[in-house]
Design a protein around this ligand. Structure first.
Ligand code: AMP
Ligand code: MG
Length: 321
C-alpha cells in the first residue's frame, strides 16, 4: 500500500515540544520520543488505529508485540498483575531500562494488537526526563517500539529517526543522544521463575543481585516469535564481521579498547562497556553510511557486553530477505 508522505515535525525539548507531542498523540498520530535506551515510536496504546499505524510505519510483523510505557509502577499495576519477583525488579530498576512481561488485568483497555493477542503485556517505566514529561502530560499508556524501520539499526539520535521514518510519522521530539544506547532488558516469569527474554540495558549481574540468582534462561526475543532462528535484526546494509582483531582490505574497522589504535571508528577507546553501549548504534549508522563491509573488534561477554554482543550478532546474521 502506498502511503503519501507527511511532513515530520521536529519538536524541541521544551514545554512547547512536549505539549505538541501530547496533542498529536491524543489525535492518534505517532511521535518519536527519546528514552534512555533508544528513540521510541510512540502511539496511544488504547487507540486501535494508532497502534496499527505503528506496525505500518515500521513495517513490523503483526505477531511481534509492543512494549507499553507508563509513568510509574502504580500506573503499571492498573494494567497488569505483577508477581512479588516482578515488583522487586520494578522497585530496583524503574524508572530505567528494564521491561517486565506480566499477565494483563481485565479491563486493561489496551488495543489488542499491542500484545499481538497474548494474555500478557510487556511494560516499562522509562527514566528519560522527556519521555517522563510526555507520559505525565499525556496521562495514558504509550506503545513505543524503537523508532526505526523493522529490522534496521535502532535510532539513538533524532536524525536517525528522520533517516528511517521521516515522512511517515507526525513528529520527532529531539532530546539529543540516548544515554544507555541499547534497548531494555526484557524479563518474563514462568511459574515465578525469571526468564531473560532479551539482554539489554540492565545487566544479568544486576538482576541476579535483586532476584538472588541469574534469570533462568537466556532466550533472545526473536526466538520467542521465530523459534530456532537467529533472526537478522539491527542490520546495516553492508556485511558485518565479528571478533575482528584487524580489518581485511576494504573493511571499516570498529574498535573496542586500547588495542585498536588503527580503527576508523571506535565503540570505546578505553574499553568501557557503558560507553560502547551508548555509542553502538550511532557507530553502526556511521559505518553503514561509509558503504563498505564492516568488521567489529571483540567485545567481552560480561555486563552490558552481553547486550552489545547480542545486537552485533543479529546485525551480522544472514538476512532473511
Ligand atoms: P521492542 O521491539 O523493543 O519494542 O520490544 C518488543 C519485544 O518485547 C518483542 O519483540 C517481544 O520479544 C517482547 N514482548 C513484548 N510483549 C511480550 C509478551 N507479552 N510476551 C513475551 N514477550 C513480549
Ligand atoms: Mg526494535
Amino acid at each position: 500500500m502506498h502511503v503519501a508522505p507527511i511532513a515530520t515535525e521536529e519538536l524541541h525539548p521544551d514545554a512547547r515540544g512536549v505539549a505538541r507531542a501530547c496533542a498529536l498523540l491524543r489525535d492518534g498520530a505517532l511521535v518519536a520520543l527519546p528514552t534512555e535506551t533508544v528513540y521510541g515510536l510512540a502511539g496511544d496504546a488504547r487507540n486501535t488505529a494508532a497502534v496499527a499505524a505503528i506496525f505500518a510505519a515500521k513495517g513490523r510483523p503483526a505477531h511481534n508485540p509492543l512494549i507499553v510505557h507508563l509513568p510509574s509502577l502504580e500506573a503499571v499495576e492498573e494494567l497488569a498483575d505483577l508477581s512479588d519477583e516482578a515488583r522487586a525488579c520494578a522497585r530496583a530498576f524503574w524508572p530505567g531500562p528494564l521491561t517486565l512481561v506480566a499477565p494483563l488485568r481485565t479491563g486493561h483497555g489496551l488495543a489488542e494488537a499491542v500484545t499481538a493477542g497474548l494474555p500478557t503485556v510487556a511494560l516499562r517505566v522509562p527514566a528519560h526526563p522527556l519521555a517522563q514529561a510526555v507520559l505525565a502530560e499525556f496521562g495514558g499508556p504509550l506503545a513505543a517500539p524503537s523508532a526505526n524501520p523493522s529490522g534496521r539499526i535502532s535510532p539513538t539520535e533524532a536524525r536517525h529517526v528522520l533517516e528511517g521514518l521521516g515522512g511517515r510519522i507526525a513528529a520527532v521530539l529531539d532530546g539529543g543522544p540516548c544515554p544507555v544506547g541499547v534497548e531494555s532488558t526484557i524479563l518474563g516469569f514462568e511459574n515465578r521463575r525469571a526468564v531473560l527474554l532479551r539482554a539489554g540495558g540492565v545487566s544479568e549481574e544486576a538482576l541476579a543481585r535483586v532476584l538472588g540468582a541469574a534469570p533462568a534462561a537466556r532466550v533472545t526475543d526473536d526466538r520467542v516469535t521465530a523459534p530456532g532462528q537467529l533472526a537478522s535484526h539491527y542490520a546495516p546494509r553492508a556485511a558485518l564481521r565479528l571478533g575482528a582483531h584487524e580489518p581485511a582490505p576494504g573493511e571499516v574497522w570498529i574498535g573496542f579498547g586500547p588495542g585498536c589504535a588503527g580503527a576508523e571508528l571506535t565503540l570505546s577507546e578505553a574499553g568501557d562497556l557503558e560507553e560502547a553501549a551508548a555509542r553502538l548504534f550511532a557507530v553502526l549508522h556511521a559505518a553503514d553510511a561509509m558503504g563498505r563491509p564492516i568488521a567489529v573488534a571483540p567485545v567481552p561477554e560480561v555486563g552490558l557486553g552481553v547486550a552489545i554482543n547480542d545486537r552485533l550478532r543479529r546485525a551480522a546474521a544472514p538476512r532473511l530477505t
